[in-house]
Write a protein that binds this ligand. Sequence first.
Ligand code: ZN
Length: 200
Amino acid sequence: MLQNVEYVKSDSFSSLDASVSYGELEKTLDKPVMQMESNVERVGVPVTYAVGDTPYWLSDCLKDAQNMIIEHHQEKPDDKNFIDCAKFFADKIFGVKIQNNGNASGDINLIGDLPSQPSYKICIHDVLGYDARDNRRMVTIVLVHQLLHAIHPSRAHDSTSMRNGINRIEHEIANKASYHDALLNLESLYQSGKINRCQI
Ligand SMILES: [Zn+2]
């Protein structure tokens, strides 16, 4: 089992403070982060990170979660500026970090009165905060859930007669992408009381 625990400092999202304009933020994010060790041959492709220097494995999970949604969720985002989820993910900025927010499996900073939110901060419970296969798969599902909140901020967790809720869509995507094991492992953590379900 890998013990490569990578915690992100609690202030690592300070670059997303309201005092920083979106334009400035974009400029910062456009800068590639290069591996500068002199004894390591520099690779031609610059290494870039999501907001807040998201650990590499969390970035992998974020990409996997986004691809699962693009492949298995055909509904358009609530934000009418985007014709599909692929465009939504391409044009928005997402940061992921490990942080215990009220013991919830995951959390996202939805800004209720902002119709077209440009950036999102997603927190993952620290019980899932180290790089291991099972954790990666559970984190990916937690990210699918939180990304669905971003795509459909008007929706509740439970389905209504008119449309599917976030939980149902999350389960559909996980099953289509063969992530049943991650759903079961998460359910076990909920049942044991180690983490709580998303509170948004
Ligand atoms: Zn939720």
